[in-house]
Design a binder for this molecule. Structure first.
Ligand code: NAD
Length: 554
């Protein structure tokens, strides 16, 4: 334990020379305040860290407090390297997290480099201080459930059972997303403290100690037809086969355990958390082997449910990839959620956009909600989401909101909010950011870019272009991340943050950075042959060069 407090800062008193630096400092504080293991700087996904170590963290804080507007801080895998003179339109912070050379980009190499203190994994939004708690993935999860409802259940999930696992930093969004979609959702979780944490945060309603107790709660909720969430203490590699053996066929099955990491993430059946900690220290290879064996059972049960009629999907944790390594040859019969449900949105650059009230005033988010409800009144998906979110999604840390918005809409919201800051309608500045899982920002052949139409799944140029473009478009923070731990060698992504401090300079930054971010997203999908992206480019004047037809779409 560090004996540090992880409170978020409130109000309008600056500790830095300006709001751009102060905003980023508050976001760094925020990811730790809502993170899973802040004493060890871990924010989510088992190993996703906000900074390399405490001396690095403290130096980042100290530097942000003293930097001028015409300076840029360089961060390498969570460690501040230096400050250089740039200009007042350059990013305040640029960072590269966990990028290893191809042949060396392997989990074992990562663990060794991490042990030597040379690298750390920034997750997607941990290392660049953009994580907003479980809310960050909630709308994505909700949209998947809603899409499954539309496609398979006549748009009505009442009385339907979703079976999933993992109530960690991101997985903790599942129970609330399932309940908001109107379903009964049963979440298996091995760590008792995580179940309690989600209940305290208002994301989870009920806790069950045994499968019998959980199934009683499921049946009761199904009878009432209300949305309901239940956390069951247990190991998925035991519980899922047991549910299948009892002849129960859930309507939807997925998973969000940290299966991507066989040593620091997934917990094998038959082991306590203390056993796992001891094996991590002393016999990591044995632990990885046990994890693979359990994942094989876990995924076999998911496939059995699929054969019995459940709608089964991989929710982005590499569980199929690991199962295939463990000998489950048909693991990829389970589709990935991006390809199965969300790709038409990404093709239009509609994705997980977020904003965070830096003053810590919840009313700022409510005022922005009002603005969205009024401005996007003819967009049912925005109205539906904002109405649900404001009623049911609790704030964690600095008040924040996520909404899946696309090209033009993001810029419009950014500029309107900056005006609200300027006019004193809001209590303080607002930071804009997005998940890395966004149209132009991520290459991940087993998650984001699986089965792209043109086969460009493994090409990482797009996130690199995205980050360079964000730098030249005046974003305040720009980050390039690659996978660490079990994700080593699997992905590259880019992150971007812009602080709306009410100034005319912020107008310019928001206009250019947000517009160019989504422009690249549309171009990436147009380039890969997606018709929706062609149309989006045409309709919105995005100057994608369509070489097939040898003309500019404009
Ligand atoms: P986390 O490490 O915070 O939580 C994982 C949870 O799984 C822990 O609470 C752990 O106790 C539990 N768990 C591990 N093995 C288990 C088992 N065998 N049975 C039951 N519970 C078990 O991770 P997180 O941030 O919640 O992320 C979960 C996974 O989802 C990660 O692989 C992450 O990379 C991935 N992810 C996907 C998306 C997406 O876009 N869909 C977004 C974020 C994270």
């Amino acid at each position: 334990m560090t004996n540090r407090s992880f409170d978020v800062t409130s109000g309008n008193t600056l500790r830095c020379r300006g709001w751009r630096q102060e905003g980023l400092l508050r976001l760094l504080e925020n990811v730790l305040s809502v993170g899973e293991d802040p004493d060890n700087l871990v924010v989510y996904a088992a190993l996703g860290k906000a900074a390399r170590d405490w001396p690095s963290h403290d130096a980042i804080v100290q530097t942000l407090k003293t930097m001028r507007d015409d300076e840029t801080l360089i961060v390498q895998s969570g460690k501040p390297i230096g400050v250089v003179r740039t200009h007042d339109r350059a990013p305040v912070v640029v960072m590269a997290n966990c990028n290893m050379i191809g042949q060396w980009a392997k989990a074992e190499e990562f663990y060794q480099l991490e042990k030597k203190g040379l690298i750390c994994w920034g997750g997607l939004t941990a290392g660049d201080w953009q994580y907003i708690g479980s809310q960050g993935v909630i709308q994505g999860t909700y949209e998947i459930f809603r899409c499954i409802g539309e496609r398979h259940f006549s748009s009505d999930l009442s009385g339907k059972l979703i079976l999933t696992s993992g109530l960690g930093g991101m997985g903790g969004a599942q129970p609330l997303a399932g309940r908001l979609a109107g379903a009964v959702i049963l979440c298996v979780e091995m760590d008792s403290t995580r179940i309690n944490k989600r209940m305290e945060a208002g994301y989870l309603q009920h806790r069950a100690e045994t499968l019998d107790e959980a199934l009683r709660l499921v049946v009761e909720a199904q009878r009432k037809g209300d949305g309901c969430s239940i956390g069951l203490l247990g190991n998925s590699a035991d519980i899922l086969p047991e549910i299948h053996a009892r002849g129960i066929v859930p309507d939807i099955v997925t998973d969000q355990t940290s299966a991507h990491d066989l040593v620091y993430g997934y917990i094998p059946a038959g082991l306590s958390i203390e056993d796992v900690q001891a094996l991590r220290e002393n016999e990591p290879e044995k632990l990885a082997g046990l994890s693979l064996t359990s994942i094989a059972r876990h995924v076999q049960a998911m496939l059995d449910f699929q054969s019995a009629g459940s709608i089964v999907f991989d929710n982005g944790n590499l569980i199929r990839t690991q199962a295939k390594k463990a000998g489950i040859e048909n693991a990829f019969d389970i589709p990935i959620f991006t390809e199965a449900y969300l790709r038409p949105l990404f093709a239009r650059a509609i994705g997980p956009f977020r904003w965070i009230a830096l003053s810590n005033d919840e009313n700022d988010i409510r005022r922005i909600d009002d603005y969205l409800l009024e401005t996007f009144a003819d967009n049912p998906s925005v109205v539906n989401w904002i109405t649900l979110a404001r009623a049911h999604v609790p704030f964690e840390g600095l008040p924040a909101r996520i909404a899946w918005l696309g090209h033009d809409a993001r810029t419009q919201v950014g500029l309107a909010v900056n005006r609200m800051v300027r006019d004193g309608v809001l209590a303080g500045p607002v930071a804009f950011t997005r998940d890395h899982l966004d149209a132009g920002a991520m290459a991940h052949p087993n998650i984001m870019t699986e089965n792209m139409k043109d086969g460009s799944d493994a090409i990482a140029d797009w996130p690199l272009l995205n980050a360079m473009l964000a730098c030249s478009s005046q974003a305040d923070l720009v980050a390039i991340h690659s996978g660490g731990g079990g994700y080593a060698g699997y992905m590259t992504s880019a992150g971007i943050t812009i602080v709306a401090d009410g100034s005319s300079e912020a107008d310019e930054r928001l206009r250019i950075a947000l517009t160019n971010d989504t422009s690249l997203g549309v171009m990436r999908y147009a380039d890969a042959g997606y018709e929706d992206a062609y149309d989006e480019a045409k309709d919105r004047g995005i100057r994608w060069l369509n070489l097939k037809e040898r003309r500019t779409v404009d």
